[in-house]
Design a protein around this ligand. Structure first.
Ligand code: BDP
Length: 322
């Protein structure tokens, strides 16, 4: 039996519990990306893993391409238990579990490898566990590379070039501070509304990794891509705590084990996708420019200082990771 999306928490949990004993369990999982993107394909691999492990008793149905709207809404649905699972950017998790914002500060990771060491180690595992307080079970992280600016007007070579530009950011106040520090104007907009916002001039640009910039066709509207790589924000996939508590231990264990498959699969797919996306963007005539990052690192120092005390402990640990 499929769950009604609009059911109350209690009703959903009851329906769910009843469904698990008698019938196969279909985990609904949402993603803003289409199938064929590393995150969606990795969750599909997780689903195959679950089916295999449970002889078809558990599987995943992916609601991709923003069918269920933006990531904030998806997280709310998962918190309620109306949706079992979602894959989102850590960018929108900060408002739920504050400490995740340590990952959302500009130039906090030295490299992608550094971010891997952090999320795979004690810091990452500790943060995943803290999600329980927000009604979520953290299953794992995925790669999203580094985010850079794109806009309609000009190549961004130094922070001053951002002046006067309205730049879409993810829905988290910390990114508005980041934009202000660099001299631009940060405007929070849901990912599913961004193409139209670019098209109608509500914003002049945005920032993202090459695969998202390409697959969302944002390059059609904003053809300058400047490699500032100011954010390395991982992806995360989470399960509803309300629903989790209705599962037996074997089911939870299967989900945990297959989550590892998802993380590994995504990392493998990510690298190839990033290279392909850059090549394709070039082919499409996007103006890509390399950037001296030092002035951007300096311009964003006040943001790291502002939040430095609040996240001192975790930031210290991140820095100490080699
Ligand atoms: C992409 C992430 C996606 C976010 C999107 C955004 O994969 O989860 O929703 O950025 O900017 O890189 O909102």
């Amino acid at each position: 039996m499929r769950l009604a999306l609009q059911g109350t928490v209690a009703a959903v949990a009851v329906t769910f519990a009843a469904a698990t004993s008698a019938e196969a369990l279909v985990i609904k999982s949402s993603d803003v990306h289409a199938m064929g993107y590393p995150t969606t394909d990795a969750i599909a691999a997780m689903g195959e893993c679950l089916e295999e492990k449970t002889n078809g008793d558990m599987s995943i149905e992916i609601f991709h391409s923003m069918q269920l709207g933006g990531e904030k809404e998806a997280l709310e649905q998962v918190q309620l238990g109306a949706l079992e699972m979602t894959r989102v950017s850590v960018g929108v998790v900060g408002p739920i579990v504050d400490d995740f914002n340590a990952f959302n500060l500009p130039y906090v990771f030295r490299s992608i490898d550094h971010s891997h060491e952090v999320v795979d180690g004690e810091i990452g595992q500790d943060l995943l566990a803290r999600l329980e307080a927000g009604g979520l079970i953290g299953l794992g992280f995925m790669d999203a590379g580094a985010r850079s600016f794109y806009n309609k007007e000009r190549p961004i070579e130094k922070p001053e070039d951002l002046q006067g530009l309205k730049v879409r950011v993810m829905q988290n106040p910390i990114f508005i501070d980041m934009m202000t520090a660099m001299g631009g104007n940060g405007i929070p907009i849901a990912f599913n509304e961004l193409y139209t916002a670019l098209q109608t001039g509500v914003v002049d640009g945005a920032e993202n990794n090459p695969p998202s910039y390409l697959t969302q066709n944002h390059y059609e509207q904003a053809g300058y891509y400047s490699l500032t790589e100011h954010l390395i924000v991982p992806e995360i996939f989470v399960f509803s705590k309300n629903v989790w508590e209705t599962l037996d231990e074997a089911q939870q264990q299967a989900i945990r084990e297959c989550s590892k498959v998802a993380t590994e699969k995504e990392r493998e797919l990510w690298k190839a996708m990033e290279d392909q996306a850059m090549a394709k963007l070039q082919e499409m005539g996007v103006q890509i420019n390399e950037v001296d990052k030092q002035p951007f690192i300096e311009a964003t120092a006040p943001v790291r200082e502002k939040f430095g005390e609040q996240y001192a402990e975790i930031l210290g640990k991140i820095e100490a990771v080699q």
